[in-house]
Design a protein around this ligand. Structure first.
Ligand code: ADP
Length: 599
């Protein structure tokens, strides 16, 4: 296994850490950061490079490098090195995980540091540590993936997905990679391709991101085209032809021959200038071959490069279209609503991590991402998180288990944070499991930005407890209702009623009846301290409030529900009940005004 890139990045990270001036950090902050780094370093040295690896300066030659270069042209069945066996592959997978955990610690910690008050110089140092950590993480992830693919351990999915959304997502991400360069990125897609296909969306986006990402890396000024055409099509399946054409630096004939070999880069200058592990293309080829496709490349030095791959797909099933035309009109409103929200994402897939992070950040959300359950749970206990996105299929501890732990937190605020599941394959079983484990909602991957935004706004709590770190809510029962946020948008509901105002009117009447019944019941149950029935009333009320998208009332009722489950604090419940009484007429008033406008 080639250690030079890892060692190089580790040294880079170490140098950046030593440059960091710690005087403005608290002792605890500084020591945690250093602890994470030392733990990472010793894992790496002891288990990967060998205990004698005290010299961590970058080397570009040596036996290991030679062995890596000696690796024959890759096929998916071939092991990466002649002497590498399955035990070796498992070791790499295990070690990579052990390295990733402390490295995640460093990354998470620098994220937090960036939010604190730092001098300009400190900011620069922290961001240098962060970028070095990300580089190292990229390499480790690639090594891990390569070893899993080579050992046949990689899992491939076959799920119904929206092909057009996927391409749009990839292009969105790729466009964010183009920085200050005069590069034009264009997609040209055969409209005969059906919208829904069955395959592995996550792997397809990985392939595209890698190839288009490479093109962006190696074109300073010029064009990149992604062309997708249907080659063969029947009622049941389709073969797609993808071309990634760039007008970049090109690849020499000599290097082209070995371009899909593991750890290959065109030359040493490439590594120095562009970084990378030389594993990307080898991984791409293995994935494509695993998916029964093939890949070729043609290139002329100084002119450009074309990567061409074919992949078969089964034609998917059209899902009922979301009635989101009206929603789109409200997108800007919704963007304002989510600005400043603190969001924690549990997600282990690197691409999905990047995608969701970029989107949420572009709307002004503050985002923390982790694939480590314990680390994420700690973030929740120590930060003011407003909402959690939860990948259901994570290694080590799945999303259901993590949500169960969130729901059973002693901290009343944490136990009621809205949790939205992220999943590619949502079966009935999962739906039940979601409900049983306290997951509030779900979103199917790949999702469009609009879908993400809608889920975010429909699950956000407009109401925030001032001191979220204080679990004793009863002693500080302060509630802020976001006065700026619209209380209701009947146009959206009208859309759900297929434009029938009569139906909407009936709904509003029903809504009022339910709310009044809730007010009466809870008053009575509070008097006799019957928390079970308050919980039941709140549970019944929640869905109606969510359906009418009256978020402020919904948030209050969610808290009433949670308080009945957790500390059953009478005073806090009374306080929340009074909040509902105050907010209800305000919402109803807005409903009446909107109803009049619609008639
Ligand atoms: P890395 O992860 O280091 O980028 P890859 O396997 O993705 O490794 O690519 C290997 C090498 O192939 C790159 O270092 C570069 O020299 C060359 N290469 C890949 N794509 C292109 C491209 N579009 N234009 C020019 N060179 C490329």
């Amino acid at each position: 296994m080639k250690s030079k890139d890892l060692t190089y990045h580790l040294t880079d990270l170490e140098a950046k850490l030593s440059n960091l001036s710690f005087e403005k950090l608290t002792t605890e902050e500084a020591s945690q950061l250093k602890k994470s780094f030392n733990s990472l370093k010793s894992s790496l040295e002891e288990k990967f490079v060998g205990t004698t690896a005290s010299n961590t300066s970058p080397t570009y030659g040596g036996e290991e490098a030679e062995m890596d270069r000696g690796h024959k042209k890759n096929t998916s069945s071939q092991s990466p090195k002649n002497h590498t066996n399955n035990t070796g592959e498992h070791l790499v997978a295990k070690v990579s995980h052990e390295i990733r955990t402390p490295l995640n610690g460093i990354i998470g910690f620098t994220d937090l540091l960036q939010e604190s008050e730092l001098s300009e110089e400190q900011k620069q140092h922290v961001s240098a540590i962060q970028s070095a950590s990300y580089n190292l993480m990229d390499i480790i992830n690639e090594l891990l993936e390569y070893s899993k693919l080579s050992a046949g351990l990689e899992h491939f999915e076959s799920v119904n997905f929206n092909f057009y959304s996927l391409v749009r997502d990839v292009m969105y991400l790729c466009n964010t990679l183009i920085m200050d360069k005069e590069v034009k990125l264009e997609v040209d897609m055969d409209t005969k391709i059906p919208e829904m296909l069955v395959g592995d969306p996550s792997k397809l986006s990985q392939i595209l991101l890698n190839l288009v990402g490479n093109a962006i890396k190696f074109v300073n000024k010029g064009d990149i085209h992604l062309r997708i055409q249907a080659l063969k099509q029947s009622n049941k399946d389709i073969v797609l032809d993808f071309k990634i054409i760039d007008t970049g630096i090109g690849i020499s004939e000599e290097h082209l021959e070995h371009i899909f070999d593991a750890f290959r880069q065109a030359d040493h200058d490439t590594f120095k200038k562009y970084g990378g592990s030389g594993l990307g293309l080898s991984i791409v080829k293995q994935i494509i071959e695993n998916l029964n496709g093939n890949i070729n490349v043609t290139s002329t030095l100084g002119v450009g490069t074309t990567f061409n791959f074919e992949l078969p797909f089964i034609i998917g099933v059209e899902l009922p279209k979301e009635k989101d035309d009206q929603h789109k009109a409200n997108i800007n409103n919704r963007k304002d609503l989510v600005k400043g929200m603190q969001i924690l994402v549990f997600e282990d897939n690197l691409l999905n991590q990047k995608l969701i992070e970029k989107r949420l950040k572009s709307w002004g959300c503050l985002v923390q991402i982790t694939d480590n359950a314990q680390y994420g749970l700690n973030i929740l206990e120590n930060n003011k998180i407003d909402l959690v996105f939860m990948d259901l299929r994570m290694p080590v501890m799945d999303g259901f288990e993590v949500t169960r732990r969130i729901r059973s937190s002693k901290n009343a605020y944490v136990s009621q944070i809205p949790v939205i599941a992220l999943t590619a394959d949502f079966s009935i079983k999962d739906k039940e499991q979601c409900q049983n484990n306290g997951i509030n909602d779900y979103i199917l991957k790949p999702y469009s930005p609009d879908e993400l935004l809608l889920k975010l706004t429909s699950n956000r709590a407009d109401m925030k407890i001032i001191d979220k770190n204080d679990s004793k809510l009863a002693t500080q029962p302060k509630v802020i209702i976001d006065e700026e946020a619209p209380k209701i948008n009947l146009k959206l509901i009208l859309e759900e009623c297929m434009g029938e105002v009569d139906l909407l009117e009936e709904l509003v009447t029903l809504y009022k009846q339910n709310a009044l019944e809730f007010i009466g019941n809870v008053k009575h149950h509070l008097e006799v301290e019957d928390y079970e029935n308050i919980q039941f009333a709140a549970h019944k009320m929640k869905s109606g409030l969510a359906m009418m998208q009256t978020y402020s009332l919904h948030a209050i009722v969610v808290q009433i529900h949670q308080t009945c489950i957790t500390d059953k604090d009478q005073k806090h419940l009374e306080f929340l009940y009074n909040c509902f009484l105050e907010e209800y007429p305000v919402v109803i008033n807005e409903i009446e005004i909107e109803m009049k406008k619609l008639k």
